[in-house]
Write a protein that binds this ligand. Sequence first.
Ligand code: NAD
Ligand code: UD1
Length: 337
Amino acid sequence: MKILVTGGAGYIGSHTCLALLEAGYEVVVVDNLRNSDAQSLKRVEELSGKSLSFYAFDVRDENRLDALFKEHRFTSIIHFAGLKAVGESVTIPTKYYANNLISTLALCKMMKKHGVRNLIFSSSATVYAQDNAMPLGEDARLGCTNPYGWTKLMCEQILRDLCVAEPSFSVVLLRYFNPIGAHKSGRIGEDPAGIPNNLLPYITQTALGRLKQLSVHGDDYDTVDGTGVRDYIHVVDLANGHLKALEYAQRNRGCEAVNLGTGQGYSVLQILHAFEQVNKVTVPHVIGPRRPGDIATVYADPKKARDLLGWEATLGIEDMCRDAWNWQTQNPKGYRA
Ligand code: NAD
Ligand code: UD1
């Protein structure tokens, strides 16, 4: 079975390509390398001992996409390609809407034209409104606070409508919580450009000495120790969730939204201390002000993923912290070294 993976050179995409090759799928990647390095795919081939096909172009390029769908008969598509920096999406919203919506629309068109019926879409926990009770079930109220989030929610709506119009189609909207960690080999991992916004890359780069200190964004939330609580999920567990979603999509019809999280929340200080303990390093940190737009606590109800897909997270916070550090120490400058 041949799978088209858009954005396959990126953080989650590269881990999923590896899992796909290991499971015996044929993999074709399209990525414009806007936020990644083709080196990640070379390493995926090296780790799996198998090869994949890579095409460097923008998913919005319908002519290239059409030719690709003629060249390969895809069973399914996993659509990771997208811009994902929340702050940047506030400054340049039209770029985010253009990239994330038009790439999804181009794929919808090709699915219809070439009779490819299954699609797995990278959505996010960010589509849930901020005033929901925890844990977040898939039927919680939806609503966003930034353009990035809106692009995800709008793509979800587009794909839902597509499934109504095309009853033979099957789409799984995977709502990721907070992916962290790396493959245990340390050969592939998260390689953010510039100064990271997310917690784990900030911690690893501080531990390495590239950044001076971590600022903990607020310690006056109503949580176990006052710092923000999130549902961190190992990227390898997340990658495996895509394989389960593929199997589900191939057997069913219609559109389903499914959370991929562990159901367990950890605070910033809990993560920081776990990281220091597991890796025997010190991470200089200070308590700073709250980050605008943050909320106290976010974690998933993972039941639907278990019931519908037969998937649940297996790796714990120590694995996530150890593997993130293993990747960072082996690749202090990411793939660019
Ligand atoms: P990433 O930036 O590492 O990977 C995305 C890849 O898509 C990159 O390789 C980039 O070059 C490529 N890309 C972007 N626009 C493209 C286009 N128009 N044509 C071709 N390639 C394009 O990000 P990631 O962390 O691996 O995230 C993958 C997906 O999951 C994204 O859609 C993201 O919004 C979503 N997501 C990520 C997180 C997270 O915390 N990492 C959480 C929830 C959802
Ligand atoms: C971010 C994104 C969200 C995305 C999610 C998944 C924002 C506003 N939201 O959310 O859209 O779906 O990632 O990856 O960017 N923290 C610090 N110091 C830091 C960095 C983070 O204390 O330097 C804290 C945050 O306040 C938060 C926690 O760590 O409590 C996690 O932060 P982060 O990794 O940015 O993830 P989210 O805020 O959940």
